[in-house]
Design a protein around this ligand. Structure first.
Ligand SMILES: Nc1ncnc2c1ncn2[C@@H]1O[C@H](COP(=O)(O)OP(=O)(O)OP(=O)(O)O)[C@@H](O)[C@H]1O
Ligand SMILES: [Mg+2]
Length: 282
């Protein structure tokens, strides 16, 4: 697999009409709880954004147990570990994938990545922030939990996207992350994706449950950016090592993640448009 540095010169002319002036280029994916679908949403959201015409970079910010390369079915010749250890420049770790998106991969299961010292962590965060000027959108997947690097990567998002499932522990963990992000890092707006729901009502119920507590206790505006149903095609796409949007474009979750991408591009769009999604209305 050839790996290429991003082409900064391409970005302005390549900007499709829909992206102009958005300024919301870095999307960080968080959620607190493990296994809620952060990586699945991150990978497929990147594809969805790319199909809207943008040049997209996916950053695998799960520094402990990375898996974006696996979800995209690519082999990463170099990773963020090589960057952190000073062997290569960040741009040289960026990989072109067969899915019209670029990937900044991370290696999995290396303690030195999971436990970065403060200097390496802040260098990494600054590097990732700088990449937002070279792409139309940078999507940053993050790890479960509330580790410092995870929170640092989550808080740099122009759009902070929290993935939550109907599982009450997921709702509670998401609230805990939101509390830290608002109280300690001054985040004032968080977008929510209700994932693995049975139907639209299920997704709206999660949103209501969370806004019920955030409005009372946190200085944050929560908005519903998308609802994604539990879809068996997602598990199949992972086994196929192909992103859902490429492997099963007609699957309900593919439509809903594409819609999520469209919502994020026009972040102020009225989310009541979700009413028109037939896959969510039983
Ligand atoms: N909408 C969905 N429908 C069905 N399965 C899903 C859906 N979203 C995620 N999954 C499944 O849930 C599992 C966990 O997903 P994923 O790895 O994306 O979660 P994660 O939040 O990134 O996990 P971790 O915290 O460990 O990084 C995977 O097996 C994936 O296929
Ligand atoms: Mg993950």
């Amino acid at each position: 697999m050839k790996h290429l540095a991003p082409k900064p010169s391409a970005k302005v002319v390549a900007l499709p009409r829909v992206f102009r002036g958005s300024g919301m280029r870095l999307i960080s994916i968080t959620g607190g709880k493990g296994g809620v679908g952060k990586s699945s949403i991150a990978v497929n959201l990147a594809l969805g954004l790319s199909r809207l015409g943008g040049r997209i970079l996916l950053v695998d910010g799960d520094l402990g147990l990375a898996n974006a390369d696996q979800l995209l079915g690519v082999h990463a010749p170099a990773t963020l570990l090589d960057v952190v250890q000073g062997r290569i420049d960040l741009a040289d770790a960026v990989l072109e994938t067969p899915w019209d998106i670029c990937l900044l991969p991370t290696c999995s299961g290396r303690k030195e990545m999971a436990e970065l010292d403060e200097h390496s962590r802040s260098a990494l965060i600054n590097n990732v922030k700088a990449l937002r000027d070279k792409f139309d959108f940078v999507v940053v997947d993050t790890a479960a939990g509330i580790g410092e690097t995870t929170l640092d990567l989550a808080r740099i998002g122009d759009i902070v996207l929290a993935v939550v499932t109907p599982d009450p522990t997921s709702v509670r963990d998401a609230f805990s992350v939101m509390k830290i992000l608002t109280k300690e890092y001054g985040i004032r707006r968080i977008s929510l994706v209700a994932n693995m729901v049975s139907n639209r009502a299920d997704g709206l119920a999660i949103f209501k449950r969370l806004t019920g507590v955030t409005t009372r206790f946190l200085p944050v505006t929560l908005e519903l950016a998308g609802i994604v149903v539990r879809d068996p095609c997602l598990a199949r796409s992972i086994i196929d090592r192909r992103p859902l949007l490429a492997a099963y474009p007609g699957a309900p979750a593919s439509h809903q993640i594409s819609e999520l991408a469209a919502n994020l591009v026009t972040i102020d769009r009225d989310v009541s448009d979700l009413d028109s999604d037939p896959d969510l209305n039983e």
